[in-house]
Design a protein. Structure first.
Length: 230
């Protein structure tokens, strides 16, 4: 499995881009790429620990570090405003002159609104940037998986989350994950291994909706089930 992860990590960056670029240059300019001929299913299945890939993928480590630095900077800026708010609240409590207390109260409201606005804008900006990095990570890993599949002939590749270090394997969170595991999500599925179209056709044929059901087109029951003689 370690060889698979090293291969994925290498291809997910520049190698994945080179692989995809090679595919695009293979076709004539201005013409759509011809549909690849369906390959027979091999029955080969592979899995990878998505947590380990994210932990050891250098490019992801870089972007995670960038985002952590930005969060710390924003947290420091907001901390200064929070300190000003706390200082104003303390002054208001100690101020004996009512008019000055009211003026400070107005300043306090302004500072609180400034804090809320900056906090909201910062969260929105960080969330959007993090989502963009995650989307890029998915595309890069997917490129690596596709290259690996093409080279080794797998039909299905599952991604699963698991502990990465021995220390993590001793954590209560790890045992909770093992006792209540999430489903392994397919990261790649060969069309030859995907029975979704045939399953939908079979269900629609043998389990049609009630006659006259609103918003549902009538099913052509003359369509034979997959594998049935026509």
């Amino acid at each position: 499995m370690s060889r698979v992860l090293v291969f994925l990590s290498a291809l997910a960056g520049l190698g994945g881009v080179v692989y995809l670029a090679g595919q695009s240059f293979a076709q004539a300019p201005g013409q759509p790429a011809p549909a690849p001929a369906p390959k027979p299913a091999t029955g080969k299945i592979a899995v990878f620990n998505v947590a380990k890939v994210m932990r050891e993928y250098k490019r992801w480590q870089y972007y995670a570090g960038v985002m952590n630095t930005k969060r710390m900077t924003i947290s420091g800026d907001l901390g200064k405003i929070r300190a000003e708010i706390a200082g104003l609240q303390e002054q208001i409590q100690k101020e004996p002159v009512q008019t000055k207390k009211e003026e400070m109260a107005k300043t306090l409201v302004t500072k609180q609104r400034e804090f809320e606005d900056k906090d909201r804008m910062a969260r929105k900006a960080l969330d959007e940037e993090s989502a963009a990095h995650l989307q890029n990570l998915f595309a890069e890993i997917q490129a690596g998986v596709r290259a690996f599949v093409e080279s080794n002939g797998y039909d299905v590749v599952f991604a699963y989350p698991d502990a990465v270090t021995e220390e993590e394997k001793k954590s209560p969170v790890y045992f909770d994950l093992k006792m209540r595991p999430p489903a392994a999500m397919p990261f790649f599925v060969s069309p030859s291994a995907d029975i979704t179209p045939m399953l939908v056709e079979t269900l629609n044929k043998h389990f049609p909706p009630p006659a006259g059901a609103p918003g549902i087109q009538p099913v052509d029951n003359k369509v034979p089930a997959p594998g049935a003689p026509k």
